[in-house]
Design a protein around this ligand. Structure first.
Ligand code: X5A
Ligand code: ZN
Length: 674
């Protein structure tokens, strides 16, 4: 299979040619500008120009009826020739939908656009992509429009992909703030499609007020366990709540599921300032959500627009999504890193409800919340909170400043490489090989802390000199990331750690796989967070806040369970610490496999704005090639699975560590209480 590259963008301004013709406060927010403003913003940032542009097409009757009834299709068809009064009458048959004479044509283009995207990704023409379409789809039923949705774009796309490409397993991630009940109904008894949705719920007081939107709707019959609902019972959910939900709930289940394709019902009414959602996630959060999904299914990801009603928030978040699909550095995640109590309650309940179906959740042994903190307290949200999210101008102003804060110009070089002279090594295009060693004063300063005798090997010295050049370039943002091949990776890591601190980095996240150099453990002052992943723990060295060990030995050809501690321990630590640079060192005696190391390297790039230095033993040529591809922005097209679940002992040990450390590192929390 050829390496797919490129990001598709599907957009056609014909989909702005329908609108609400009468007075209806419910539907008034679903406006054509949602699409045009998003597209303009993509052009403004030069992102649209970097994508592979694909035309939309009309979906056929046959495709529409993969999900919808012929009778419903006839009703939608008939709206083409209706006058305003008839359109209004037809709209009233359904909940929160309006029809216009162009609705049918646009609904066919919207669905056809989603199918074009699926074709481009599954044929290998592109790696991933986004379809900017309207009307949205996830609320519509087999025989009804609902919630601004006419045809269920993503549900049809999943059926289409299964049929045409014979896929075994599809993941649908619905990050829109509403429950995509139409998707749930389509697949609730189907184990080949895993549907995940988080949604504003407020104990059923929020639209569409369905009991089947709650966490206990896990699917039916053979599909039991393949429907994951995470209801939000409070408004104001933010970046930490969303990331925690991904790391602790969605992603463990998804790695165990191991999909062939990821479809995203990409609604942005879950973002800040949205008058429907009243949530608080800032645009860069969608970069992180996207990034976290990009290592699944060999990178095959199709994002299809659903909701999003604050035009600025919507369009900025569309841009962060597309930027990440293109492989640019992920902006640092801002804001509080502690998930709120209500979010933890919801996460706990969904984990308990799904534990019978997913090993990774059952091993954790978490029961449901016995008494929910807000269940018997019907107090509505304070008016002030509701008003705040309705203040469009305030969000406009906030985003104007915020986007300047989080977006930095891209480094001139994406990936620098330090390769020992004469070593043959396959590196992807775009990697720049470093020729220049650092000035001798810099080398002397860096080595002054080490015993001279350790550098009698001139190869180590040579490699370290170039590595210092790279670190200076990282600090100056001249290179985004780097890979260093070293004859002694452990010693190089020790040198690199000291150097990053000398250069003025303030929080260095040092992740070391395998045996470590004794000189690597320095400082407990918070300037570095040291995590060692190893097969055997050094006796009697308890974890402290900034010096941690993770024992993880399991790995085999049938699959690895390393995704579990990576998602539930390593990344929460990293997100809580907010490093400004990452050192990933692969020493000797690595206790995890090379696919695990690759996954680790890929996911760590979501931290520190992608500023990462990977230090690899010079004989690990395959690993070097794979990690370099990931660093230049080509997430692996290799299948990193199959995955298997870790043993009970591993999970128990991890749970104990999480429990002890979650006071300091708040994103380690995944449930409300024992
Ligand atoms: C696609 C979407 C929302 C409908 C809200 C009706 N629909 N109150 O976001
Ligand atoms: Zn929505």
């Amino acid at each position: 299979e050829a390496m797919a590259s490129g990001t598709a963008l599907i957009y056609d301004d014909e989909m702005t040619t329908y609108k609400l013709l009468w007075d209806d406060p419910v539907c008034a927010i679903e406006v054509p500008e949602r699409l045009s403003r998003s597209y303009e913003r993509l052009q403004h940032y030069g992102l649209a120009q970097r994508c592979v542009r694909l035309p939309v097409r009309e979906a056929t009757d046959q495709e529409i009826t993969l999900v919808h009834s012929p009778e419903y299709l006839e009703v939608v068809k008939s709206t083409q020739t209706m006058n305003e009064e008839e359109l209004q009458k037809t709209s009233e048959k359904y909940t929160a939908v309006y029809f216009h004479q162009n609705s049918y044509r646009c609904a066919k283009l919207s669905l056809g656009g989603a199918l074009q995207l699926v074709d481009a990704v599954l044929s290998g023409d592109v790696r991933n992509g986004m379809a900017l379409v309207r009307p949205p789809g996830h609320h519509s039923y087999r025989d009804q429009g609902n919630g601004f949705c006419v045809f269920n774009n993503v549900a049809v796309a999943a059926k289409y992909a299964q049929k045409k490409y014979n896929l075994q397993r599809i993941l649908i991630v619905d990050w829109d703030v509403h429950h995509g009940q139409g998707i749930q109904y389509t697949f609730e008894d189907d184990p080949s499609v895993l549907y995940f949705s988080w949604h504003r719920y407020e104990h059923m007081r929020y639209w569409p007020n369905l009991s089947e939107s709650n966490y206990d709707a896990v699917g039916k019959g053979k599909g039991a366990g393949f429907n994951v609902n995470l209801p939000w019972n409070k408004i104001g959910m933010g970046n930490a709540d969303y990331i925690a939900a991904f790391l602790h709930v969605l992603l463990p289940v998804t790695f165990e599921f191991d999909p062939d394709l990821v479809l995203v019902s990409a609604g942005y009414d879950s973002g800040i300032g949205d008058p429907e959602g009243c949530m608080r996630a800032t645009p860069e959060c969608f970069s992180h959500l996207t990034h976290l999904l990009m290592n699944l299914a060999r990178g095959k990801l199709c994002a299809v627009l659903e909701g999003g009603y604050h035009l600025r928030s919507l369009s900025e978040s569309v841009c962060t999504t597309v930027r990440t699909l293109l492989g640019d550095a992920v902006p640092g995640l801002t804001g509080e890193m502690a998930p709120c109590y209500s979010a933890l309650e919801s996460m706990q309940n969904v984990q308990a409800a799904l534990a019978p179906y997913w090993q990774c959740l059952s091993l954790n042994g978490i029961g449901p919340v016995t008494r929910c903190s807000t269940e018997d307290d019907p107090a509505p949200e304070p008016v002030s909170a509701q008003q705040q999210c309705a203040d469009t101008a305030a969000t406009d102003h906030f985003l104007e400043l915020h986007m300047k804060d989080i977006l930095r110009p891209a480094a001139a070089v994406t990936t620098s490489a330090v390769i020992p002279d004469g070593l043959k090594c396959v590196l992807p295009a775009g990697v720049q090989i470093v020729k220049q060693s650092a000035p001798s004063e810099q080398i002397d300063a860096a080595f002054s802390a080490f015993t001279k005798a350790r550098f009698n090997n001139s190869d180590v010295l040579h490699s370290a000199g170039k590595m210092l050049t790279v670190l200076s370039n990282l600090k100056a943002d001249q290179t985004r990331n780097a890979v260093v091949l070293s004859p002694d990776a452990s010693l190089s890591a020790a040198v690199a750690l000291r150097e990053t601190l000398l250069l003025g980095f303030e929080r260095v996240f040092c992740v070391h796989v395998g045996d470590t150099d004794p000189e690597l453990r320095i400082g407990d002052d918070g300037k570095s967070l040291f995590l060692r992943i190893c097969g055997a723990l050094p006796a009697a060295v308890p974890n402290t806040k900034y010096q941690l060990s993770l024992k993880w030995t399991e790995t085999s050809d049938e699959g690895s369970g390393f995704f579990y501690p990576l998602l539930r321990f390593v990344l929460p630590l990293g997100y809580s610490y907010r490093p400004d640079v990452i050192l990933l060192a692969v020493g000797s005696n690595a206790s995890i496999g090379s696919k695990d190391i690759l996954l680790l390297a890929s996911l760590l790039q979501g931290l520190a704005e992608g500023r990462i230095l990977a230090i690899i033993p010079e004989w690990e040529s395959e690993l070097t090639t794979a990690i370099s591809s990931s660093l230049v922005g080509c997430p692996t097209t290799k299948h990193l699975g199959p995955y298997k679940c870790p043993t009970k002992e591993c999970v128990d040990a991890l749970k104990e560590e999480q429990r002890m450390l979650q006071v300091e590192w708040e994103l380690l929390r995944s449930y409300a209480a024992d």
